[in-house]
Write a protein that binds this ligand. Structure first.
Ligand SMILES: [Zn+2]
Ligand SMILES: [Zn+2]
Length: 341
């Protein structure tokens, strides 16, 4: 027989099964593996937004991203929930609030019998002109990601990294600057940051990045002039910025660019050895995940007495959680990746 549910015992009503995190009184999963009956999806990255659910609840933006990437967001039905709006699922109150990670990304706030849990999904606290800023929600249980949960990860100011890129473009006007970016989020944030720095020239895109940029623009995120790198003449891209998925940096695709200078925008670029290994000449430390300081500050600010860690480098963070007098738990959910594709 299953354990009786008690609001003050979170592990009695928020459980982990083969599909992932499950809310028993509401009968829904959050960011489950494929094929759940009812899923609440925090954001559109492929390790959170899986295909094959019967019903999906998410922000309007996340549903649009899922449709673009998966063909359909759910088999039977979708429901869009705006940030801040509360709905009842059984006797559970559910609300989505901005996570500051990518367009449409949400934290899921659930309340049952006076106990409040916040499932952060992926999040960051630093500014991002392409999505709503992270909103802090005080809670009893905070469920956090831990992608960059080591003190060595300090992301710093993304604007300074963009300045480095633009300096290099001025310094090497005969070279194409090809920057590896993840297609959802990083690509559009980097473009918006480049525009904020006053750069108005066309930015060239690998074909795999175009659709998501167009989707951001339909949601009111201006990206300025964009051009197809595939259709461009080779010589035309001399001295220009070209964005491509990380996988394209090392393959044939980039060989058609004029004297390419390879950059990569990622939180992992803090690790110099990793940049060298991948042959990155210009590492740009720009991350859409919270760094160590953001993670620990956020945990403290939520006031949560209990903190669960979904995925990433949980050991150091769990140690931190316990030394600050909170109850910690590693969920070790399967199928989550280091960085989103
Ligand atoms: Zn993500
Ligand atoms: Zn993730």
């Amino acid at each position: 027989m299953r354990e009786e549910m008690r609001p003050d015992r979170f592990d009695s009503w928020l459980t982990v099964d083969a599909k992932g995190l499950y809310c028993r009184p509401g009968r829904f999963h959050i960011d489950p593996n494929g094929g759940a009956e009812r899923a609440i999806v925090t954001h559109g990255h492929s390790d959170h937004a899986r295909p094959g659910h019967q019903h999906v609840l998410a922000t309007r933006e996340t549903l649009a991203i899922m449709e673009q990437r998966l063909g359909q967001a759910a088999r039977h039905g979708t429901q869009a929930l705006a940030y801040g709006e509360t709905i009842a699922i059984g006797d559970v109150a559910v609300r989505l609030v901005p996570a500051g990670h990518v367009l449409g990304s949400a934290q899921v706030v659930i309340e049952w019998k006076g106990a409040r849990a916040v499932i952060s999904g992926d999040y960051k606290r630093s500014a991002d002109p392409t999505c709503a800023p992270y909103e802090l929600v005080p809670c009893d249980l905070f469920i956090t990601e831990a992608t960059f949960a080591l003190p060595v990860f300090q992301h710093g100011d993304a604007g300074q990294e963009v300045a480095k890129l633009l300096t290099s473009v001025r310094q090497f006007p005969e070279r194409a600057h090809v920057v590896g970016v993840y297609g959802l989020g990083k690509c559009q944030r980097l473009i918006a940051l480049i525009r904020q720095a006053g750069y108005e020239r066309p930015i060239y895109l690998h074909g795999a990045l175009a659709a998501c940029c167009a989707l951001y623009e339909t949601f009111g995120v201006p990206l300025g002039p964009l051009k197809s790198a595939t259709e461009a003449e080779r010589g035309e891209m001399r001295g220009e910025i070209v964005l491509a998925p990380p996988s394209a940096l090392a393959d044939r695709w980039s060989r058609r660019l004029p004297d390419p200078l390879t950059a990569f925008a990622s939180g992992w670029m803090r690790v110099r050895a990793r940049a060298r290994q991948q042959g990155i000449e210009l590492p740009l430390v720009i991350s859409d995940h919270a760094d160590w300081n953001e993670l620990t500050r956020t945990i403290a600010e939520t006031g949560a007495g209990e903190v669960w860690v979904t995925h990433g480098r949980e050991d150091a963070l769990l140690h931190h959680i316990e030394t600050t007098g909170r109850r910690g738990r590693a969920l070790a959910l399967i199928g989550r990746e280091d960085e989103d594709q």
